[in-house]
Every structure is written in C-alpha cells, then in structure tokens.
Design a protein around this ligand. Structure first.
Ligand code: ADP
Ligand code: MG
Length: 637
C-alpha cells in the first residue's frame, strides 16, 4: 500500500499527498506555482524592500506583525477550535510587563543577579511565558470543562481585572507604566532600531505560521479541528478533547505573550492602555474579519484592521468635528457586514482568487510502514457485556434493565421500533453517556464512569446514527481520525514536522480502509459532498481505522442502495470472519435477518425477545410490537 495519489493534472503521482484539497478547481488555467512559491516570493520582495521602506511603513508593518501574532492564536482558538477569548490583550500585557519589569526593576536585577544586563530581556521572555502558561492553564482548566459561555465570560473577567491590576500595582508603575525598557540584544548586536527589530517580529510571525500550519496538518491537527462541533465523535475515537482545548487556549495565550514581549522592546515603555478589554475585542475582530479558520487570515485581518484604524483615526474626528474612539463603532458595523456577507472571513475570498492559477502545495510523505496492530481476542470470547443497564431521562425510562453480550466473531443485531432506546443503549455501551444503573463490561473490565476514549483504547469503535463527520475535511482526513490512538506523535513533534513517518502510516491505513469500504474514488473529496449513505460508510471506515475488536454500528444501511447494502453485508461478514464482535442496530429486516447470528429485540426500552433470526421472526411479541408500531418487520411479516 503506498500513500501516493495524484493531486492534480500536472503533478506526477509519486509520493504526493495533497494538504488542502482544491474543491471544484479549474485546472486548465493553473500555472506550476504553488501557494508556497507565492509566500516565498512575497517574503523575498519584502526583505529586499525592507531597507528602503519609509520609517512610517516599517512601524506600521511592525505593528501588523505584532497583532498578527495574537490574531494567529485566536484563529487557532476561535476559528479552528470553536472557543472565544476576549482576554488576549491581557496575555499580551503579561508578556510585555514581565519583560519590562525583568529588564528595568532593581528587584529583578537582584533576582536574576548572575545575568548580564543584555540577557535580562530573555529572562523576561521566559518569565512572561511561564506566567502566561500558568494563568492560561489555570483559567482553561476551570472553565473549559464547563460548556457554554463560561470561557468567554471568564476571559472578559480576566481581561478587565488584569487591566486594573496593571494600573494599580506600584512596582509596575501604576497607570504611568514602566519606562526605560532596553532594546533587545542578540549576540552583541542591538535590535534598537524598529527596522531591525521588525525583521525579528516578522521572522517570529512566519515561524508561527509554519509551525501552526504543520500542526493543523497532522494527527493532532485533526483532533484540534474536531473540537468545533465534533467532540463526541473525537472522544469516541480516543481524543482527549478537554486536554486539547486547554492546550489550544494555552497556545493562543503564549503567542499573545510573545507578541507582548516584542512590543515592549519595540515601544521601550509599557503602560496598561494597550492591554485593555477594548483591545482584546479588537484582536478578535482581526481574527474573525481576516478569516477565523485560516492561518493567513490572521495576517490579513491584522493588516486590514491596523490600516483601517489608522485611516479612521485621521478621518472620523475631522468628519464628526470632535475626537473620540469612533473607529470602534465603525469596526462593529464592519464586522457585522463582513460576517453577513462572508461568514468565514475575508481570507477564503482571497484564497479563492489565487486558487484559479495556483496548484495546491504538494506534501511529501515518506514511504509508509504499517501501524501497530491490536491482538484480537479469541473467537467466542465475550468482549462486551451489558448487565441490567437502565437509563432514565427524567421520568422516561429509555433503557430498562437491558442484558446483552457480544462475542468475538459474531454479529448481534439490536432491533426495535423507533424510540425503543437503541441509540440510547449504544451511548451507554460506548461511554458517551453513563447508565443510571447497571454495568457495562468491555474486554472483561468494568467501565463505570469511564469516558468514551477509554472504550476506544480498549478496542471499541462505533458509527453514529446521525453522521458525525468533519464536513469540510476530506474523507481521508475523516477516516484518519479513527487511527488517532494507533499513533502517538504530539503537538511539538507535529509543529516541527517530526511526525512524517507516522503520518504516512496513518494516512496509508486510512486509505486502505476507505478502499476496503469501496469509497476509494472519494478519498480526497470533502465528506459533506458525499451522499448520506456514503457518509455512513465513511463512518464505518473511520471506525475500522482504529482496528477495533468490537464494532458498534447504528443504522449503517440507512440510505444505501441495494447494491451498496450487499457490499456492506459482505464487508461485515468478512469482519466477522476476522474475529470482530459486531453489534448493529438496523431497520432493514432483510439485511438483519440474512446477516446476524443473534438478534435482540427492544421495545419501550425493554428486551422483549432474543435468539436466532428464525426464533425472533416467529416470536408473537415481536410481531405484535412491529405490526402495532410504525415499522414493519419486512420479511418476517
Ligand atoms: P431509538 O434509537 O431506538 O430510535 P432512542 O434511543 O433514540 O431510540 O430514544 C429512546 C427514547 O429516549 C426516546 O423516547 C427518546 O425521545 C428518548 N431520549 C433519547 N435521548 C434523550 C435525551 N438526551 N434526553 C431525553 N430523552 C431522550
Ligand atoms: Mg436510534
């Protein structure tokens, strides 16, 4: 199995995997250029012009770089991860004040006694990062476990209180702030001139873009992308989404702190004003207007807002005949307009134009080694067991003392009219929800109170009745999420591209499962563009990518055509032969009766019959339940 496939017309097939698929691209007009070429050209151009730009342009570009760094964190947090923070300016403040204090205060000089003065700003950087890390981890861990608006509210409180704290702490200079911040010195070379420091600022921005781009294009990146709207699914695939959320919040805060550190040494003094809640909102504008889900949107947003603010501050007072922060009102209106017209911000528009004549940057992956394999349990061994599982929703008993077990190498079907409690039972035995009473044992282990990722770790994988896919991502990426626990490279390794061998193995495995499920032709299409029946098959491929021992499928055949159903039955038959224990909920009785070894029938949350297909079809209670209900038993009737 190789990872290679053709990206587009002009690209040789060998070892090229496309990072972001071009949807409905028109290949005819494309040049050989990729987006990467364009970036390199822009950087080279800017670098060549840097020495000749007017002072004013350099200052503006420096500020755009500093803001872009903060907006970059917000793009990751808000656009990609679906969390909102109004408090980024306060983190910028922590970075700025930490270095200002470290490099000006006599107390700091005493604390860092052994350090030569040129190294104090670097001690300030470390101090700022450590403080930011601690605060962000703390805020994240108390708010991110709670759903809803706790995080935004908490960041508002944090933004407000830190601003007043800066203004009232004697040793930070109160509202006057700290002056006399020294310039950065690197290897004896002073970065006092904004023109020189600007090079460092933009180097950091580009480095950040590169690292975050790498991060998003990795195992951890897929986990991060699933935080927004796919958390239940991701947990079922073994992702610790709570931890990923905290890490993302910390990452965004650290980027803001680095921006603050650079800011302090550019401005050479700090006071509380630029770290207020008001500026925190402006950072959010930048990320959202630029393109909340796109890394380059951060740069675009920072540039637009900075330039616009610059112009508005000139023009508005003249137009209105009085001075004030009128630009805030214009920003608010602008944001409404942009979000109304371009829900994903302006970057996708921009990228859309360039895509006409750019081809996607090919991503080279090494040859893929196979992923580690799980030792499957002995055929006939009980792998999943539910005893007396009861689930109440208020007064409604959705599952009433359900007993059921699945053995390795068999297919058990769970059937019952709509509302019988089948999906609820699926959630009980996959850790999505906890039973009110009763016990679930997986591979012989009691699973009470364990999260669904613990079920995944033991070898259980599932599909969802209401398909849970990352619609904008390709089928390949979606299926690769299933292999999350078979790989281990973390954030840092992904950012530094040290995960390529493992990534190749994961993608090769995903591709293998996609082909096995008959969707090979669709591997590189966004999942949302597939028919619903095919999306269900993608869910099965994703479950298989985890190499499960127990497979739970909730209505896998719904929406499939006859031939597709036959193919699915063949696949499940094959999986059973390989020794998997399979539990399937299905309405198509012909499908179930031909495939299942045993059938359990649920009605109003209670098991009313169980046995072989023949036994169940002859059971009077089952016939009554089906003939009385809206479903019919198909071949059984
Ligand atoms: P099935 O999958 O067999 O069609 P479900 O398990 O989806 O049935 O639903 C069983 C019963 O539990 C239904 O009456 C449904 O309305 C109820 N139910 C399911 N989930 C919830 C929930 N989260 N809160 C309240 N009631 C629920
Ligand atoms: Mg259901």
């Amino acid at each position: 199995m190789s990872t290679s496939h053709t990206v587009s017309d002009a690209v040789p097939a060998a070892k090229k995997v496309e990072g972001a698929p071009a949807v409905a691209a028109a290949p005819a007009a494309r040049s050989g250029l990729t987006a990467r070429h364009l970036v390199l050209a822009a950087v080279a151009l800017l670098l060549a012009a840097w020495g000749f730009l007017p002072e004013f342009s350099v200052t503006l570009l420096n500020y755009i770089g500093l803001y872009a760094l903060v907006a970059l964190g917000l793009v990751m947090l808000t656009g990609v991860g679906g969390m909102t923070s109004f408090g980024q300016a306060a983190f910028v403040g922590v970075g700025a004040y930490a270095t200002a204090w470290a490099s000006t205060s006599p107390d700091a000089a005493a604390l860092f006694g052994a350090l030569p003065p040129a190294l104090l700003p670097w001690a300030g950087l470390v101090l700022g990062l450590v403080l930011t890390f601690a605060v962000a981890w703390f805020l994240g861990s108390i708010t991110l476990k709670l759903s809803g608006h706790y995080l935004p509210l908490c960041t508002i409180a944090w933004g407000l209180s830190l601003y007043f704290l800066f203004g009232n702490l004697e040793f930070l200079g109160g509202h006057t702030g700290l002056a006399g911040v020294p310039p950065l010195v690197v290897a004896g070379f002073s970065l006092a001139s904004p023109r020189v420091l600007g090079l460092l600022i933009w180097a950091v921005v580009l480095l950040g873009l590169w690292a975050l781009h790498n991060l998003l294009d990795s195992r951890e990146g897929r986990a991060i992308r699933s935080l927004k709207g796919g958390r239940v699914m991701a947990e079922s695939m073994g992702v610790d989404t709570g931890r990923q959320r905290i890490k993302l919040f910390v990452l965004a805060a650290l980027l803001a702190a680095v921006s603050g550190w650079l800011y302090a040494h550019l401005q050479r003094f700090v006071n509380p004003t630029p770290f207020s809640l008001h500026i925190g909102v402006e950072y959010l504008f930048m990320a959202v207007v630029g393109g909340a889900g796109h890394l380059w949107g951060a740069v675009l947003g920072a540039a637009l807002i900075t330039l616009l603010k610059e112009q508005l501050q000139d023009w508005l007072p003249r137009l209105l005949g009085s001075s004030g922060n009128f630009e805030v009102i214009v920003f608010g209106l602008l944001m409404l307009f942009v979000l109304q017209r371009f829900a994903d911000g302006l970057w996708p528009q921009f990228a859309g134009w360039t895509r006409r004549w750019l081809r996607p940057t090919p991503v080279k992956l090494p040859a893929a080694a196979p992923l580690p394999q799980r030792a499957l349990p002995q055929r006939g061994q009980v792998v999943l067991e539910a005893s007396e599982v009861t689930k109440r929703f208020g007064g409604l008993v959705a599952n009433n003392a359900v007993n059921l077990h699945v053995k390795a190498g068999e297919i058990l079907a769970l059937i019952g009219p709509n509302g019988a409690g089948k999906s609820t039972f699926f959630n009980m035995i996959s850790g999505v929800d906890d039973p009110t009473s009763g016990e679930v044992r997986l591979m012989g282990q009691a699973m009470k109170g364990k999260p669904s990722r613990a079920f995944a770790a033991l070898g259980l994988s599932r599909s969802f009745q209401h398909v849970r896919l990352l619609g904008q991502r390709t089928v390949l990426e979606n299926v690769a999420v299933g292999a999350h626990l078979r790989a281990s490279r973390g954030w840092i390794a992904s950012m530094l591209r040290l995960d390529r061998a493992e990534e190749a193995a994961v993608l090769a495995e995903a591709r293998r499962q996609i082909e096995r499920c008959g969707l090979g032709a669709h591997a590189d299409t966004p999942a949302a563009s597939l028919a619903l029946g095919q999306q269900r098959i993608v869910e099965i491929a994703r479950a298989l990518a985890s190499q499960p021992a127990v497979l739970l499928l909730d209505e896998p055949a719904a929406g499939l055509r006859h031939l597709e159903k036959q193919a699915l039955a063949k696949l499940l038959d094959q999986l059973r032969a390989e020794g998997l224990g399979i539990l399937v909920v299905e309405h198509d009785m012909e499908f179930v009766m031909n495939l299942a070894d045993r059938i359990t029938v649920l009605e109003f949350g209670t098991v009313i019959a169980e046995g072989t297909p023949a036994e169940v079809q002859g059971n009077q209670r089952v016939l009554d339940a089906y003939l009385g209900g809206s479903d019919d038993l198909g071949v059984a009737a």
